[in-house]
Design a protein around this ligand. Structure first.
Ligand code: CP
Ligand code: NVA
Length: 304
């Protein structure tokens, strides 16, 4: 069976933890070499949207695992001129061993998966950002020594990052409070699924309520890629949701601050918080490399 990675549920709880263990091994052995599980393998990194970290981490991960990354952006390929994804998928499948894809609507990555005969990894859609969550979970587990039994807060938009946090909560039975303004709630199905799976998850309107007593506080931009026309309305809707020192003071004294980046200082996060002693954002960014290796190794491992 082809190992596509659309969302964290494609791994399941046990495999998710195994991928994080693998990512830890990649982190710890970085300077001693990590073997070459991707030797002679090419991986296409296809971007409909901009990226710094995802492109960088995947590209370096493929190189360090002995493979060859090929970056394709819509703007500089036939994708941008309307070549169907179904055709692109079949051509890529004849030449590369895996494809990572960043796009807007999830239907596009599903179409790519349908026509691809090699694994496809979700490098962000409007609905989820599972590769980022792998990095976030690795960062928390390395700092706190565990994932379960902690209190997690999410502040801001209920879109891709919040949805992937809900999935993590589902798989690992986490306590998660998401503070989102009305009209910006996360996916209702994912919320229901997390509750059914035994996770203690609530969507609240008050950022103070979400952050109170939290061990981990995460946020993200208020205006995601593709939503630029809504910026003014969003800034108004998200008033009071900025993670600042006053809000963070309500969390546990040793609370961690996460942000997947890029950050807009003074908008969703105060500069002093992003740069402050609670912030783990640079470890979190580095974790993208180690977790990219782990998920590539998982996707390319054959089912025995
Ligand atoms: N966090 C993240 O996915 O960053 P990029 O958009 O730079 O890839
Ligand atoms: N929510 C953001 C995440 C960027 C990594 C966006 O979709 O633009």
């Amino acid at each position: 069976m082809i190992r596509h990675f659309l969302c964290l549920s494609d791994l399941g709880s046990q495999q998710l933890l195994a991928v994080l263990d693998d990512a830890d091994r990649f982190l710890e052995r970085r300077n001693q070499g990590t073997g070459h599980p991707l030797r002679n393998k090419a991986v296409a990194l296809v971007f409909d949207k901009a990226s710094t970290r995802t492109r960088l981490s995947l590209e370096v991960a493929v190189v360090e695992l002995g493979g060859h990354p090929v970056v394709i952006t819509s703007a500089t390929s036939q994708l941008g001129r309307g070549e169907p994804l179904s055709d692109t998928a079949r051509v890529l499948s004849r030449m590369v061993h895996a494809i990572a894809f960043r796009t807007a609507d999830e239907s596009r990555i599903k179409e790519l998966m349908q026509y691809s005969s090699v694994p496809v990894l979700n490098a962000l859609t409007d609905q989820g950002h599972p590769m980022q969550l792998l990095a976030d979970l690795q960062t928390v587990r390395r700092a706190k020594g565990r994932l379960q039994g902690l209190s997690y807060a999410w502040l801001g938009d209920g879109n891709n990052m919040a949805n992937s946090w809900l999935e993590a909560a589902s798989l690992l039975q986490l306590r998660l409070r998401l503070a989102c303004p009305e009209g910006y709630d996360p996916d209702a199905q994912l919320l229901a699924r997390a509750r059914a799976a035994g996770a203690d998850v609530e969507v609240v309107r008050s950022p103070r309520e979400a952050v109170a007593g939290a061990d981990v506080v995460s946020t993200d931009v208020f205006t995601s890629m593709g939503q630029e026309a809504e910026q003014a309305a969003r800034l108004k809707a998200f008033e009071g949701y900025m993670l600042d020192r006053k809000l963070l003071a309500l969390a546990k004294p040793d609370a961690m601050v996460l942000h997947c980046l890029p950050a807009h200082r003074g908008e969703e996060i105060e500069a002093e918080v992003l740069e402050g002693s609670h912030s783990h954002v640079w470890d979190q960014a580095e974790a993208r490399l180690h977790t990219s290796k782990a998920i590539l190794a998982w996707a390319l491992a054959s089912d025995e």
